[in-house]
Design a protein around this ligand. Structure first.
Ligand code: ATR
Length: 279
């Protein structure tokens, strides 16, 4: 019998996950289908009960339910628990187990072209949900420093305090961090600044970026934010948010099927959907 997979969010119409996972199910000849469901916060518990009752294979969880889903699950893996957010759930013999593949997805996408973070000086821009998943995951990779720059430095301090993994870390304002960008080997932009339609906005001044640095932006619409364009002009290597999106999906697919899928195929599929160029 065909297995159901799903993504729960609100709104959900824009999600590219159905396209990505349905293509993989047919490519690997798995009898399954992935559907988007728009779920209001007050209906989340019922939605999970319904999915459980019909024997869902697994599902993704997106904004705004990544934290509020946790009480409705049977188990949550330690990284997701420390982050306080779940984006992937698997049904293991009737037990719903939650994972967070956002941080590990970012790391896997990064290390495909930037092999090691160990010994590197890293700056994360932003202190929201995405920053938290990325920061906690990178903290385990033993960077020399893992600093955060945020509009509200107190939010960055709270995030640093919550991290269960030991790492040297300072919180800065965006202005302070902008003046010392030359210090960093890796810079990861996690805020929504520069996302379409506000494509002319910059989260931080890039004048002090060093030429040898790696600069990532988790935004993929546009494919190159102004921040990435300017970092490239300064000679930095850049990566957009497609890699994190594709790898978080690949890790979810692996949790559900034990198959680590063809990420090149996934990337091409997503880029085609976005109207970008495939490489
Ligand atoms: P997500 O869960 O997608 O990461 P979020 O939790 O809303 O989104 O986090 C948004 C992040 O972007 C925060 O770091 C926020 O800064 P504050 O902690 O000061 O709120 C940052 N952010 C959002 N809009 C911003 C803006 N216009 N200027 C500067 N920072 C902004």
């Amino acid at each position: 019998m065909k297995k159901l997979f799903a993504v729960l969010g609100n709104p959900i119409g824009h999600s590219m996950s159905p396209l990505m996972h349905n293509d993989l199910f047919s490519y690997y000849e798995i009898d399954a289908h992935y559907l988007p469901f728009q779920v209001r916060a007050e209906d989340l518990e019922d939605a999970v009960k319904g999915l459980r009752a019909i024997g869902v294979g697994g599902f993704n969880v997106t904004v705004p339910h990544k934290s509020s889903i946790i009480p409705f699950l049977d188990e949550v893996d330690p990284l997701a628990k420390s982050i306080g957010a779940v984006n992937t759930v698997v049904n293991q013999g009737g037990k719903l187990i939650g994972y967070n593949t956002d941080g590990p997805g970012f790391l896997k996408g990064l290390t495909a072209c930037y092999p090691s973070i160990t010994g590197k000086k890293v700056l994360v821009i932003g202190a929201g949900g995405a920053a938290r998943a990325i920061y906690f995951t990178l903290a385990k990779e033993k960077p020399v420093t893992l600093d955060i720059a945020n509009r509200t430095p107190n939010n960055a301090l709270s995030l640093i305090k919550d991290c269960p993994y030991s790492v040297v870390s300072n919180a800065y304002s965006l202005e302070e961090a902008g003046k010392q960008l030359v210090e960093y080997d890796l810079i990861v932009q996690t805020t929504s600044i520069g996302m379409s339609p506000n494509t002319s906005e910059l989260p931080i001044s890039v004048n002090e970026i060093k030429k040898e640095s790696m600069v990532c932006d988790i935004i993929y619409n546009p494919l190159e934010t102004k921040f990435l364009q300017m970092a490239k002009q300064h000679g930095a290597q850049i990566q957009n948010g497609i890699e994190m999106f594709v790898y978080q999906g690949a890790l979810a697919f692996e949790i559900w099927t034990d198959i680590f899928p063809d990420v090149k195929r996934m990337r091409e599929n997503v880029l085609r959907q976005l109207g970008g160029h495939t490489c």
